[in-house]
Design a protein around this ligand. Structure first.
Ligand code: BG6
Length: 478
């Protein structure tokens, strides 16, 4: 279904995110017929470039980062006629008048801030003072949304001077992932799981976002951030919220975001014995983290594992174990809900026991597996065996299923539709920083140095110990 006609302005249009994600994503939506005829996209950045130059850059980006299954030959030329460019000085007067002339009245108007947060205020102010934005316009902002509570508050305050909260779309691209949205469908669309979704039946939950990439190329940014700010405060926190929240009354922006906020507010402060920081070391064939960030003494973490408690009626006494890191064994993101053992085994100790585990695979090979206990086949006695009920979304939906849009495609279309459900509200981001800040401050105060781990491993040994101490075990990263 096509969205309403729109004017989308992308600030920072020559940057990496625009080239890799935003522009190819818009192209795929165009191919799928979701972008209406009258839609226009205007790139805005400091570089001196004309429409033709920018179109060439867009075409190259799309060739490099991909069209989709439904993109036919010739569609690219058609798409490019909807694209323009204006050189704009974010901190001065240059270009704003021309940009305004490009915008048409009567269409949805959205401004994507794909720029450093230090420019948010300058751009927001000029959008208003030059009369480009009005009370119906939308602004989209990228992470990192601050580096701590104080800076996030300052960003929120700056944006609030010019825009209402209902106009602000803070992106966490994990919320745009199809499988992440599926978490809500699985929990609230089935009768099967929700009655068991609490500390009475769930022993613990594991959330793993493992990456194989290193930080090479992004070292400058990453070294000031680390895994805690780059991944945990936002992406893992969002996954935790979706897994732990109470059912919202409706799938509507504030209903969903109110419930997520309650989860963040119910998080206990984390005991520092319950966190392991790691940093990938060098091995014979490759440089380690410190070489990638060009700081031989960097103490920034490229890995975090932690045990988290949510103090509320539903989750008291059910720990959530989170881990994420770069340069690990495999690229895997999954959530495992590990249920308690049956209260009593009628088969006796020699039969063995297996807890049910529900694994939701976010990427790759998106799907779900439920470990179920059956009888080990054969004439022997009653021995129990754990077998998977396995479902791959791709197989279940079949080859004719519609192509799954990438997270950015989905989210940009939601901006045009005016649907904020999958975007973070200002108070949510602040609450996440309020919980994260003391952890990071504690590391600094204690002068903590991350534990080195071998590239291609599952992280530092101490991360395994974090669960072993509790008589539990991480699922293998594979
Ligand atoms: C980004 C982080 O937000 O998410 C990156 O800044 C990380 O460090 C990326 O690699 C992971 O996203 P995805 O979609 O590849 O899981």
């Amino acid at each position: 279904i096509p969205v309403d006609p729109f004017d989308l302005v992308i600030f920072g249009a020559t940057g990496d995110l625009a080239r890799r994600k935003i522009l190819p994503g818009l192209f795929r939506r165009f191919c799928s017929g979701q972008m209406p005829e009258e839609a226009r996209i205007t790139g805005a950045a400091r570089s001196d470039m004309d429409d033709a130059g920018f179109r060439e850059m867009v075409a190259e980006a799309i060739r490099e980062f991909g069209g989709g299954r439904s993109c036919e030959d010739g569609t690219l030329d058609d798409f490019l006629t909807r694209i323009g460019y204006v050189t704009v000085d974010a901190k001065g007067d240059g270009g704003w008048g021309e940009l305004k002339e490009r915008l048409r009245s009567g269409f949805v108007r959205a401004f994507y801030f794909s720029v450093a947060p230090s420019l948010f205020g300058d751009i927001a102010e000029r959008l208003r003072s030059f009369g480009l934005a009005d009370d119906d316009s939308r602004v989209v902002v990228e992470k990192p949304f601050g580096k701590d509570l104080a800076s996030a508050r300052a960003l929120n305050a700056t944006l609030a001077q010019h825009f209402d909260e209902t106009q602000i779309y803070r992106i966490d691209h994990y919320l745009g992932k199809e499988t992440v949205q599926n978490l809500m469908a699985v929990r609230f669309g089935n009768m099967l799981f929700e009655p068991l979704w609490n500390s009475q039946y769930v022993d613990h939950i594991q959330i793993t976002v493992a990456e194989t990439v290193d930080v090479g190329g992004r070292g400058g940014y990453y070294d000031t951030s680390g895994a805690m700010r780059d991944m945990v405060q936002n992406h893992l926190m969002q996954l935790l919220c979706l897994i732990a929240m109470e059912p919202p009354a409706r799938f509507e922006p504030d209903a969903v975001r109110d419930e997520k906020l309650k989860v963040i507010r119910a998080l206990d402060p984390v005991d520092y014995h319950h966190i392991v920081r790691g940093q990938y070391a060098a091995d014979e064939s490759q440089p380690g983290y410190r070489a990638h960030v060009e700081n031989p003494r960097s103490t920034t973490e490229s890995f975090v594992a932690m045990k988290v408690h949510i103090s509320n009626w539903r989750w008291a006494n059910t720990p959530f174990y989170l881990r994420t890191g770069k340069k690990l064994k495999a690229r895997t993101s999954e959530i495992a809900v590990v249920f308690k053992d049956a209260p009593h085994s009628i088969f006796g100790p020699e039969a063995g026991r297996h807890a049910n585990v529900l694994v939701i695979r976010l990427q790759p090979n998106e799907g779900m597996t439920l470990g179920v206990t059956i009888k080990e086949p054969g004439p022997g006695g009653m021995r129990l065996l754990d077998v998977p009920l396995d479902m791959s979304f791709a197989e279940a939906l079949g080859p004719d299923a519609e192509e799954v849009p990438d997270a950015y495609e989905r989210l940009i279309m939601d901006v045009i539709r005016g649907n904020q459900t999958l975007f973070m509200r200002g108070d949510e981001v602040e609450a996440a920083w309020r919980w994260t800040d003391p952890i990071i401050e504690g590391w600094t105060a204690r002068g903590e140095v991350p534990k080195p781990y071998e590239p291609g491993s599952s992280g530092p040994e101490d991360a395994l110990m974090l669960m072993h101490r509790d008589g539990r075990k991480w699922r293998e990263i594979k």
